[in-house]
Design a protein around this ligand. Structure first.
Ligand SMILES: N#Cc1c(-c2ccc3ccn(Cc4ccccn4)c3c2)n[nH]c1N
Length: 246
């Protein structure tokens, strides 16, 4: 996968050299380019913002640098938009990012992330970008950040860990929260007793059938307690008929 990130704060992405994302880059599973948007400014102050038409607080990111940056990153218009890169634009006004969207992005050949700042990006940038890329306006959640950089770090981590070969044991991806529409069961490791608290006996029984059943029940209980909304929207096949009976 090729990822390009456009930002006025390229240093925000130093963490992409670390941990499993850094390893994915050195092993060739992931190729990342971080680009300073000011590269595509030409005034002495390298200006990327201006006051909003119609008034209102703060500043808006000017379209020209974005247009020039997209020209540089996507010089050849696609024959088929379905084969064009996905442009991910973090914004409080976007569709909520979730595991399903992470899986969708993980299946792409190329992602381009546009990190806005100030009050956001001139809307014409997204309109023009949609003529050559598949534009996705995405929000992390119902709160407001200073800009898109943190959101890109979160989305990148969620996407890259789904790429084949990045995580050693692919089973981790099927057992974790949100993988099957439920929250994962509680986890335990040594010692068997810690400050008087014992690991549930079933987990030390060696009976894999009983362990799987216990984990399933715990997963349902935890989801009901922490995220009843997930149970309400869980696909029917997620809630096996035995879950209710037992
Ligand atoms: N994803 C995501 C986000 C963001 C986000 C993303 C990009 C930008 C670019 C500028 N701002 C600041 C800002 C302030 C006021 C009104 C609009 N925008 C951003 C915020 N906030 N919360 C999320 N879940």
């Amino acid at each position: 996968m090729r990822v390009d990130v456009l930002t006025i704060f390229p240093d925000y992405f130093a963490p992409l050299e670390l941990s499993l994302i850094g390893k994915a880059r050195t092993t060739g599973l992931l190729d990342v380019g971080v680009h300073d948007l000011r590269t595509w400014t030409h005034d002495v102050h390298r200006t990327v913002d201006d006051t909003p038409y119609g008034g209102g607080p703060g500043m808006v990111m000017r379209p020209e640098p974005w247009g020039a940056a997209f020209d540089a990153l996507t010089p050849v218009p696609p024959d088929d938009l379905d084969l064009a890169p996905v442009l991910v634009v973090p914004t409080p006004a976007g569709q909520r990012f979730d595991q399903a969207m992470a899986h969708s992005f993980a299946g792409e050949q190329r992602l381009i992330f546009a990190c806005g700042r100030y009050e956001g990006i001139d809307q014409r940038v997204l309109e023009e970008a949609a003529t050559r890329m598949r534009v996705r306006e995405v929000s992390l959640g119902d709160y407001v950040l200073f800009g898109g950089e943190v959101a890109v770090l979160v989305m990148l981590e969620a996407v890259v860990r789904l790429l084949p070969g990045v995580i050693g044991n692919a089973d981790s991806l099927t057992e974790e929260s949100h993988a099957n529409g439920l929250l994962e069961a509680p986890l335990y490791t040594k010692p068997a007793v810690w400050r008087g608290r014992e690991v549930p006996e079933v987990l030390r029984s060696g009976d894999h059938g009983k362990i799987a059943k216990w984990r399933r029940a715990q997963s349902l209980l935890r989801t009901a307690a922490q995220r009843p909304d997930m149970l309400a929207s869980a696909a029917p096949e997620t809630l096996d008929k035995h879950d209710v009976a037992t």
